[in-house]
Design a protein around this ligand. Structure first.
Ligand code: NI
Length: 226
């Protein structure tokens, strides 16, 4: 399941973040890559300890905690502290799968990467190329979002970032361990949640809503691993 989370930041807020981030120091992106992905990864990244990155990362997590679509789609248990990357002219990241488990630096905590997230920060009109290409059962999805919007996709999917041919693409990326590890189960829960919200707005019968809401929570109880 691929879900867009629009407007985590406004385009204006994203522009301010891009300008601040551009002024800090960046390192080779291979630093967080596994053995296979190192060979195909050509970009730059912010060090995980960079204070500006940590500050913006905390703000991303604060915003997402208040975002109903994100909470419903991801059912987050743990979130990896957001990282940041930039792709200049000719830079790209070939097909790969993200590591299944990631240790959080300077802690013993680990995050199982049930979902991958990319929060687009650059104005899409300011660069060419740089699409996130995700392979799923329906073929390849090509994703390039407005500045400040985010895409959530299964951590198990093969994906790549197309070469940037003009300008620069800056983004934040991170992973989420979900209460429900299976993508198909999360997808059923999201569909039910959306239907319940819609029926509530349409003032559907209280009895049916209670029953349907009960089904949602009982499925979540069956599938959640806390
Ligand atoms: Ni990746």
């Amino acid at each position: 399941m691929i879900v867009e989370i629009p407007g985590v930041f406004s385009p204006q807020e994203a522009q301010v973040l891009v300008e601040k981030l551009r002024a800090t120091s960046w390192i080779d992106g291979k630093i967080t890559a596994g053995a296979q992905s190192q060979r195909v990864k050509h970009n730059r990244q912010l060090d995980g300890d960079n204070p500006l990155g940590r500050e913006i990362g905390d703000e991303i997590i604060n915003r997402l905690a208040k975002d109903a679509v994100f909470m419903s789609a991801a059912l987050p248990k743990r979130i990896y502290p957001p990282l940041f990357n930039r792709y200049g002219m000719g830079e790209s990241f070939g097909f790969h799968i993200d590591n299944a488990v990631r240790g959080i630096r300077a802690s013993r905590e680990r995050v199982r990467t049930d979902l991958s997230a990319t929060l687009f920060l650059s104005d899409p009109d300011s660069y060419d190329g740089g699409e996130l290409v995700i392979r799923d059962t329906y073929g390849e999805q090509r994703v390039k979002l407005k500045a400040g919007s985010m895409i959530l996709y299964p951590g198990s999917s093969v994906h790549k970032v197309e070469p940037v041919t003009r300008g620069e693409r800056m983004a934040s990326f991170f992973w989420i361990e979900s209460l429900v590890r299976d993508d198909a189960q999360r997808s059923v829960l999201l569909d039910m949640d959306v239907a319940i919200q819609r029926l509530t707005q349409q003032e559907a019968s209280e009895e049916s809503l209670v029953q349907l809401t009960g089904c949602y929570h009982n499925l979540l109880r069956m599938w959640a691993d806390c």
